[in-house]
Design a protein around this ligand. Structure first.
Ligand code: ATP
Ligand code: MN
Length: 467
């Protein structure tokens, strides 16, 4: 076959260079043929759109045409011509076709309209479908938008460790990291495992959050963000929890909780606007096939001022709902850790807008949050979204050395994990705030997908680590 430089299909579909000879490569989505002509819809992943390859059946070997099956990989040389039918503006009149990789009828993606559950069992191939292609292109675009947002605002991308020896945040839900022989564990007289000879000389785990190290960085570089994988061994089999997920955690010196809320709101709106500006073809597909209100919902978020209210006011609204006959699965009272159904009631029924809930009871929030004057609540903020519930969790941090130390002691957090963190409050302490956005929760919102397993290429959940 004549060697011609390959054109990506996304570029080709914008071209008007009719009559030129081009090469495209990609995978067959469908083939239709009549006596005289065959039409092959080819996709190379650069866009959701296929290019139509038109073949005069007479000019090609019958055996070759038989190999143009769904899933097969082709290289096509041909002439770019203006398309007469609807749909695309251009198509390719094929001159030469080479089958780079054949695909037989055991290919699992031949049938359309498979369930999402089935697609998870073929996650190694599902990115070749329209839906997952769209989701993963949007995933890339959101990652890019996040870096751009923070970079343009003067934040530094700071890399926090993935392996950590402190377990103060996620006790009980951390994955351990060890090189010890689990068949021959050394224990002391009390039956405790001896970590002295383990790789790090102490117990180590995968991080649940980069925040504590992020705070160190914020008190040095001013404004930073992390964007990395985090791990939680919580055994919650929900459509919103993964055991391995990606988190974005900005942390800013001198920001109070109001600044923190402003940043969170501006940040999410920026990401959603980015999707509307740069991912419209994929969004239109998802809007048609997955969620009919998707684009409307995205547009409305960008234009809506998020409601801000205190946890205490939120509880009142929920208690009134219960009094008025609304049934929740879980009880509502001051002090309760809100369930997703409660969060969604506030967002979807009551306010019909995203809600930032602040000033939670200190007992249900982490030790590092700034304590309010009332002695009962802390300066926490959760951003609650339609369809998702909590999308962001954050707070102003306790900057007072003594208050922080007292709280650490009350909770019995071991000082071996805390001395370096406390140094930020010992040496030039400053007010500061930050939050964590779950990347896949953002993607759930932006794509309209309903299960978090379907917005990450290879989900890790209880009993599943395939691929
Ligand atoms: P939830 O109450 O929904 O379990 P959380 O309060 O435990 O979340 P945080 O510790 O505040 O979560 O983490 C910050 C953000 O990380 C959350 O707002 C959410 O967007 C995301 N997140 C937390 N846990 C998970 C998970 N298991 N899978 C995916 N994203 C998560
Ligand atoms: Mn939270």
């Amino acid at each position: 076959m004549e060697a011609i430089r390959r054109t990506r299909i996304s570029d080709l579909l914008k071209s008007t260079a009719y009559g030129t000879t081009v090469n495209v490569r990609g995978w067959v989505r469908t083939r239709r043929s009549s006596k005289q002509v065959a039409f092959v819809a080819l996709n190379d992943g650069s866009t959701i759109n296929n290019v139509q390859v038109v073949m005069d059946v007479d000019k090609f070997d019958e055996e070759l045409i038989k190999l143009l099956t769904t899933g097969a990989c082709l290289s096509v040389n041909g002439t770019l011509v203006e398309s007469i039918g609807g749909g695309q503006s251009v198509e390719i009149q094929a001159a030469e076709i080479e089958v780079l990789g054949e695909c037989d009828n055991t290919y699992p993606l031949q049938k359309k309209g498979q369930t999402m559950e089935y697609m998870r069992t073929v996650a190694h191939l599902r990115a070749r479908t329209n839906t997952f292609g769209a989701v993963f292109r949007i995933r890339h675009n959101m990652a890019y938008a996040i870096h751009k947002f923070f970079h343009d605002k003067g934040f530094y991308y700071f890399h926090t460790p993935i392996i950590t020896a402190s377990d103060c945040e996620g006790a009980g839900q951390m994955f351990q990291v060890t090189t010890m022989n689990l068949y021959d564990l050394k224990k002391d007289d009390e039956g405790n495992i001896k970590y002295d000879n383990d790789f790090f000389g102490k117990q180590a785990s995968l991080t649940v959050s980069g925040q504590l190290e992020g705070e160190l960085a914020a008190t040095a570089l001013g404004a930073i963000y992390t964007f990395g994988p985090t791990f939680r061994a919580e055994n919650s089999n929900t459509p919103r929890h993964l055991a391995e997920f990606w988190m974005i955690e900005p942390e800013v010196a001198f920001n109070d909780i109001i600044d923190n809320m402003d940043l969170a709101e501006e940040f999410i709106k920026y990401c959603v606007q980015w999707a509307l500006d740069h991912c419209m073809e994929d969004l239109e597909f998802l809007n048609k096939m997955i969620d009919k209100e998707l684009i409307e919902r995205l547009r409305s978020i960008v234009d809506t001022k998020f409601v801000r209210l205190s946890y205490t006011e939120g509880i009142k609204i929920l208690e009134d709902a219960v009094a008025g006959g609304h049934k929740f699965e879980f009880p509502v009272y001051w002090g309760v850790d809100l369930a997703s159904e409660h969060e969604r009631y506030l967002v979807e029924h009551h306010f019909k807008s995203p809600v930032i809930l602040t000033d939670y009871p200190k007992e249900i929030k982490a030790f590092y949050m700034k304590q309010n004057e009332d002695g009962k609540t802390v300066r926490a903020m959760d951003v609650l979204f339609p369809k998702i519930g909590e999308i962001i969790g954050g707070s102003e941090r306790e900057a007072d050395y003594n208050k922080l130390l007292t709280r650490i002691e009350e909770l019995g957090i071991p000082m071996k994990d805390m001395w370096w963190y406390l140094d930020t409050r010992r040496y030039g302490s400053c007010p500061h705030s930050g939050f964590g956005l779950g990347f896949e929760r953002l993607l759930l919102f932006v794509t309209g997908m309903s299960n978090i397993r379907d917005v990450i290429p290879f989900p890790r959940t209880p009993n599943n680590a395939d691929f």
